[in-house]
Design a binder for this molecule. Structure first.
Ligand code: MTE
Length: 323
């Protein structure tokens, strides 16, 4: 079975695409587009030491089977252990190893996602409905703003699927995402330094780009709470903070949404946040990155290596000046 129901969300197995089927329908390696204020106020605050066992990147993957052991550039997958223990999730706390412990019992079911705003057919999706969308595996690099990265085999579906279903009106130009607000179960939300809930945004054409997915799993398993269960965005050509976790609301709007990071640190975070090795964060270089599991640093690629698929959306070079 493709999805293990760790979250308690029940879907008849007949409605889940068998893994062999979805992989043959859409192999990311052949699809080209696929597969691939001080520390406290930093979107991806420079972390403490790397997780235990980081030398084992790709050596100890698992638990689920994946379609390939590398991304399309030939870089090995990070281990499941790395991906699920080295996280940024400020609703829990601002350390890298804290979310895995603090989010362990975070309730992710029942869950629904409201899709509304400038659309003809607003709809509130139960998580069960979202899981019925064909789940694809895509191996993407997630590159955090302070210069660490991982290669992760996500499971999910293009964001465009639900946007097309709700039919954006002609006035809709941006998409605003809102994460859950649950201070009882998310201790970090009692931190008044941040304007909760976590908010992110995309321009509508960015949101419709095939690379933008809503992820519900990784490594063939249901998403763990610390990675954003039950549903999170993944935009691999942008810095990691754009990939908002635990989404409850998606709103089509006619203005550029203000993200939590734009509001918290406007001189450090812009709206676009496309990965660009030529534009430094005001407090650190963005030219190189440390792949979790590797000792040295590697050069950061323009648009995180997805230039071919996304550069056409940014003809105005000014976009490069946004972090
Ligand atoms: N989403 C929410 N709701 N809250 C967060 O703190 N952190 C972001 C992003 N999404 C964050 C979030 C940052 S800074 C990064 S780098 C990625 O999640 C990390 O995702 P990962 O833990 O799955 O690697």
């Amino acid at each position: 079975m493709l999805i293990k129901k760790k979250t308690g969300i029940e879907i008849p197995s007949s409605e889940i695409t068998p893994k062999s089927l979805y992989l043959s329908r859409r192999q990311f390696m052949t699809a080209g587009t696929l597969l691939a204020a001080g520390g406290l106020l930093a979107a991806c605050a420079p972390g403490q030491s790397a997780p235990a066992g980081e030398e084992s990147a790709a050596a100890a993957p698992g638990p689920g089977t994946v379609s390939a052991e590398t991304d399309e550039l030939g870089d090995p997958l990070n281990s499941y252990e790395d991906i699920t223990t080295y996280n940024n999730y400020y609703e829990f706390n601002t350390t890298k190893d804290g979310p895995a412990k603090l989010a362990k019992n975070f309730p992710t079911s029942p869950w629904q996602v409201e899709v509304s705003g400038l659309v003809n057919k607003p709809k509130t999706y139960a998580m069960e409905d979202l899981l019925k969308f064909e789940q694809e595996e895509r191996i993407y690099r997630l590159r955090c703003v302070e210069a660490w990265s991982m290669v992760i085999p996500w499971l999910g579906f293009p964001l465009a699927k639900i946007l097309n279903e709700v039919e954006p009106t002609a006035e809709a130009t941006f998409v605003r995402f809102e994460a859950v607000e649950d201070p009882k179960n998310m201790p970090g939300q009692n931190n008044p330094m941040f304007p909760w809930p976590y908010v992110e945004g995309l321009r509508l054409d960015e949101a419709m780009n095939d690379l933008a997915i809503l992820s519900t799993g990784l490594y063939g398993e249901t998403l763990t709470p610390q990675n954003g269960a039950p549903i999170r965005l993944v935009t691999p050509w942008k810095y990691g903070f754009k990939s908002i976790k635990a989404i409850v609301k998606i709103e089509l709007v006619d203005y550029m949404p203000t993200s939590l990071w734009m509001e918290s640190a406007p001189r450090e975070y812009g709206f676009y946040s496309n990965v660009n090795p030529n534009v430094n964060h005001p407090r650190w270089s963005q030219a190189t990155e440390r792949r979790i599991g590797e000792l040295g640093r590697r050069e950061t690629l323009m648009f995180n290596g997805y230039e071919e698929q996304v550069a056409h959306m940014y003809p105005d070079p000014d976009y490069d000046t946004h972090l």
